[in-house]
Design a protein around this ligand. Structure first.
Ligand SMILES: C[S@@+](CC[C@H](N)C(=O)[O-])C[C@H]1O[C@@H](n2cnc3c(N)ncnc32)[C@H](O)[C@@H]1O
Length: 272
């Protein structure tokens, strides 16, 4: 399994109703998520339920932050730019392009995703696909600029499902580069199992263990929450704050359950 199949795995746990445009819903219906089947089959019903709640919260939160950012750009009459790093098969690209035709979306991943590119480009014109390893930071900046990124205009950096797979030093480089040009940020990170309330700890442990084995990484990059927030702030996102699964579940569904308690989630969200 290559890392890009992790993108299919999370989409198995994404509720389609999170996306509001017909274009994103149709795209979702056409997705072939079979690359993740061998891994997906290792989760039972209860685990699938818990992962679906968590991943849907993550995607709900990322979408909400991106939409608020692009709405603000619209109100201020400036062209908003969304830079989605390690986008994989994520429907967010087509969702944002369809809802905000005046914005521009950069969809970036290490692996080419030609089917996604062809599909999205048939429906939307305001999109650029870039194949780039985001740890090659100078190349990433050059490729963005070549493809029309204006670093003087407002941008939102969207980094979902990637902090697990790159080193802390590479993560810091990416954050610092975009914080330096005043980007907004939405991001998630995985919590070290010992930081998660015992009641839900096993769900995080299981998913991280199975992904690690499937992609052949010695260990995923997981963090202690206070450490991660300091890291993000040190890189220049001085106002970044953390959102836990309980509050996002409450906002998305009207109830905190199954994320009750102080530290119920094995993923937290960050925005500035
Ligand atoms: C778990 S998926 C997340 C996809 C999407 N952001 C989401 O949350 O649905 C991880 C993605 O990171 C991409 N990726 C991993 N390492 C990368 C790197 N160094 N540069 C760019 N993309 C990378 C993989 O190809 C894969 O598509």
């Amino acid at each position: 399994m290559i890392v890009s199949a992790t993108s299919a795995l999370v989409l198995n746990w994404t509720l389609k109703g999170l996306y509001k445009s017909n274009q994103a819903q149709d795209y979702f219906d056409h997705l072939n998520l079979s690359a993740a089947d061998p891994l997906f089959q290792k989760f039972d019903d209860e685990e699938n339920f818990m992962q679906t709640q968590l991943v849907s919260n993550r995607k709900f939160f990322v979408r909400k932050c991106a939409v608020e950012f692009l709405e603000k750009c619209n109100r201020e009459n400036v062209p908003g730019q969304a830079i989605i790093l390690a986008a994989g098969l994520d429907p967010l690209t087509i969702e944002l392009c369809s809802l905000y035709p005046e914005c521009i979306v950069f969809d970036i991943d290490k692996y080419p995703r030609r089917e996604k590119e062809e599909y999205v480009k048939k429906v939307c014109r305001n999109v650029n696909f870039i194949d780039c390893d985001i740890t090659m930071i100078e190349l990433l900046k050059d490729r963005l600029l070549e493809n029309g990124w204006n670093s003087h205009q407002p941008s939102m950096l969207i980094m979902e499902g990637i902090s697990y797979y790159i080193t802390e030093s590479d993560l810091r480089n990416v954050f610092s580069t975009f914080a330096a040009v005043g980007s907004a940020l939405v991001n998630d990170f995985g919590l070290l199992p010992g930081c998660v309330d015992e009641i839900n700890r096993r769900h995080g442990k299981k998913v991280y263990q199975l992904i690690k084995e499937a992609i052949g990484m010695e260990s995923l990059h997981l963090y202690e929450p206070d450490y991660y927030i300091s890291l993000v702030r040190q890189c220049g996102f001085a106002n970044a704050g953390r959102f836990k699964m309980g509050e996002i579940q409450l906002e998305r569904t009207g109830e905190r359950s199954p994320f009750n308690g102080e530290e119920p989630g094995w993923v937290s969200m960050i925005t500035n």
